[in-house]
Design a protein around this ligand. Structure first.
Ligand SMILES: [Mn+2]
Length: 277
């Protein structure tokens, strides 16, 4: 029995299948973790969702910004952009089924993994965690977000990428807290010294301006010794964080680089090169 986590697939279905094959993924025994951005920008978003839906009982998912973007488009709250490749999915007869399936997925997921008599807590998010949110804050906000999204998807999805809040504050209204949380967990890369998120910076680690720092370099009780964090989203850092217990899994498959699948028991990485058309 093993747990395997895959970085941003973004509709790269062929590479996804090869990744499962490479680790001999066994549906009866193994679990699959997906760090979000399952769809969009790549060629086969519909095929990918079909497959993931079929194996959903053995799959743990967190939503990424592209998954939220699809939901917002599906519920008429955002428009497709030129670079989007989800129109086949939008037009599919099964789009409602997949939209409802994605709506049930959290923004943060955690599970205890036992390996060689040692146990560790593994936490999964799409982009990262802002400096001033604890694990308890995240779990609470995630619950509220899921209830609100299910209750009134349009209300939440309309504002989901609103950048007006760069830092969490208890003074925010309940809906603003949820919007901030969803936006931060699916889009964070760098923050300034006050812990405020800069939503514009998307470059490499060595290109970070002096006034900013990567989110995983801030102190946060979540990054404690007995826990391990996995995330995707930031393809430009190619999975490197220089932190022992924080693992980036987006290695830019959709941009022509590689798809990473990591066994969480021993953190061994396997990679599939993007198949050229
Ligand atoms: Mn992303």
């Amino acid at each position: 029995m093993a747990n395997y986590a895959i970085g941003d697939i973004q509709g790269c279905y062929k590479e996804f299948k090869l990744a499962l094959k490479k680790v001999n993924f066994n549906l009866e025994k193994d679990y699959l973790w997906l760090v979000g951005d399952l769809i969009n920008r790549g060629p086969d978003s519909l095929k990918l969702l079909k497959h993931v839906y079929k194996i959903r009982k053995r799959t743990h998912i967190v939503l990424g910004n592209h998954d939220l973007h699809f939901l917002a488009c599906f519920y008429g709250q955002r428009k497709l952009a030129k670079a989007d490749t989800i129109s086949e999915l939008m037009k599919s007869k099964e789009s409602l089924k997949y939209a409802k399936f994605l709506m049930k997925q959290p923004l943060i997921f955690k599970k205890k993994i036992v390996f060689k008599n040692k146990s560790k807590k593994v936490i999964m998010v799409h982009a990262g965690i802002p400096p001033n949110l604890s694990l308890k804050n995240c779990i609470d906000l995630n619950k509220e977000f899921q209830v609100a999204l299910k209750g009134n998807p349009k209300r939440i999805l309309k504002k989901v990428f609103n950048n007006s809040f760069s830092k969490f504050s208890k003074k925010m209204s309940e809906i603003d807290k949820m919007i901030f949380f969803a936006n931060a967990l699916t889009r964070i890369r760098a923050c300034n010294h006050k812990g405020e998120i800069d939503f514009n910076f998307k470059g490499r680690i060595n290109e970070i301006p002096k006034k900013l720092n990567a989110w995983f370099h801030f102190k946060n009780s979540i990054f404690s010794e007995n826990s391990q964090l996995i995330f995707g989203h930031w393809a430009a850092i190619k999975g490197k964080t220089k932190k022992e217990n924080i693992f980036g899994l987006d290695t830019g498959c959709v941009w022509g680089d590689k798809l990473t699948i990591m066994r969480l028991e021993d953190n061994k990485r396997f990679q599939i090169k993007r198949i050229k058309k």
